[in-house]
Design a protein around this ligand. Structure first.
Ligand code: ZN
Ligand code: ZN
Length: 424
């Protein structure tokens, strides 16, 4: 800062403020948006919540309405987070496979081909008799371990999920996701040979068929299956795969925006997306990705992280969990606890732009994601204020913005004095 030089005349030059670029803290309350709830006298969970800190940020800052991807879209958390971070999912989203694998905590790199998978049961003729292997509940982690090996220079990784679910990741040169499923999708049908849908995918299909044959043998010989047969249970003797998707090779976030970036998230899929674009993931003890998450620990970790990074995205999943549970009271209470946990947010506003929004709406009445737009707020020292006073879906329509999630990074760059001038 220039404190003003004394001129020859004895008068002081006016004090000039040299603009410095601010840091950015993007807080994503997952599934934040809601619809009116009977249990809350027709209010959304956010409207019904006691939220003095969120309201103060709106009153002293700017807000508006944000559409996930674009108006009318019902998005998943994967597509909406990509969009929020400025990676257009319509260009980069390659199907659920890679993102479900990330959701199980698997490392997925650009170029990997990933699948959703089931442990199923097949008879001696290769006909699927049960796509869920008798709803197997335990031991699939051991099976997954046995199925993680290499074939012809391609590494295969399997991770078990809940019950019969799993994911498969292929890593190697010249892989391509234009291939068919091995899963026939119906019991009573034979396991399918994987076929290329493109000349360039022939190697992928061939090596995958080879792998699946070896995997079948490993499963048949596995002691867990011998035990299951002895107990009269369906053996998990086939890995049924579907939904091949190639993880996109994305420009690292730091290269795209010139910011050193980190993420804090209790859910593996979001952490996986952030890692895919080169962000560092900060682990927080007590962050569970559930309603019982330690929100205060997350905010304390966030303030510490912001000392070392220019950009931080933090996902809080509890709001989405309550939405899926169809529990507006739990959603309201989660928002209240998040609001209370952010009581010290004012201390970072001097050199940080804070943004609070969601990735999509998860109305309790719907128990799933909807395309309803979300409130969004921005605050930092010296920010221009607008007329809105409260942080919720309705009040924020009085605010400055009506934007798509793909515009959020642009607004954040502008407010943090990082935007490049367009034109002369
Ligand atoms: Zn979400
Ligand atoms: Zn959800």
């Amino acid at each position: 800062m220039n404190r003003g030089n004394t001129l020859k005349s004895g008068r002081k030059e006016p004090e000039r403020v040299i603009l410095t670029m601010k840091k950015i803290f993007l807080i994503v309350l997952d599934g934040l948006g809601d619809r009116p709830n009977v249990e809350l006298q027709g209010r959304t969970a956010l409207q019904a919540a006691y939220r003095p800190n969120l309201n103060r940020l709106v009153k002293d800052g700017q807000c508006g309405i944000m559409h996930p991807v674009s108006p009318g879209y019902r998005t998943g958390s994967d597509t909406s987070h990509l969009s929020l971070l400025g990676y257009d999912p319509e260009k980069f989203y390659t199907g659920r496979g890679p993102f479900e694998a990330m959701g199980l905590g698997m490392t997925v790199l650009g170029g990997d081909v990933a699948f959703r998978a089931n442990f199923g049961t097949v008879d001696t003729n290769g006909v699927v008799t049960d796509r869920r292997a008798g709803r197997i509940t335990s031991g699939t982690d051991k099976l997954a371990e046995a199925l993680s090996f290499s074939v012809d220079g391609v590494d295969f990784f399997v991770r078990a999920g809940v019950e019969h679910r799993a994911a498969l990741v292929m890593r190697g040169k010249d892989l391509m996701d234009r291939i068919t499923d091995s899963d026939p999708h119906e019991p009573g049908l034979r396991v399918q040979e994987v076929k290329p849908l493109d000349e360039k995918a022939k190697f992928t299909a061939d090596v995958l068929n080879k792998y699946l044959a070896l995997a079948r043998k490993k499963l048949a010989d596995h002691p867990l299956n011998a035990k299951r047969i002895k107990e009269g249970k369906e053996p998990a003797n086939e890995l049924l795969i579907r939904g091949a998707g190639q993880a996109p090779s994305l420009t690292p976030f730091s290269e795209l925006y010139g910011m050193k970036a980190a993420c804090i998230s209790g859910i593996p899929m979001i952490t996986g997306i952030c890692r895919l674009i080169g962000m560092n993931s900060i682990a927080v003890e007590g962050a569970t990705g559930r309603l019982d998450s330690d929100f205060r620990a997350k905010f304390e970790a966030a303030y510490r992280t912001l000392n070392d990074y220019d950009f931080l995205i933090m996902n809080i999943k509890a709001t989405d969990v309550a939405g899926h549970d169809g529990d507006p009271i739990a959603k309201r209470d989660a928002i209240q606890r998040i609001d209370a946990a952010m009581k010290d947010i004012g201390k970072i506003l001097q050199d940080t732009v804070v943004c609070v929004t969601g990735d999509h709406s998860t109305p309790c009445a719907m128990k799933d994601h909807s395309g309803d737009p979300l409130p969004i707020l921005f605050n930092s020292s010296g920010i221009r204020k607008d007329r809105a006073k409260l942080f919720d879906e309705i009040s924020c329509t009085y605010g400055t913005y009506n934007i798509n999630s793909g515009d959020v990074m642009k607004v954040l760059l502008q407010l943090s004095d990082r935007a490049e001038k367009y034109g002369a």
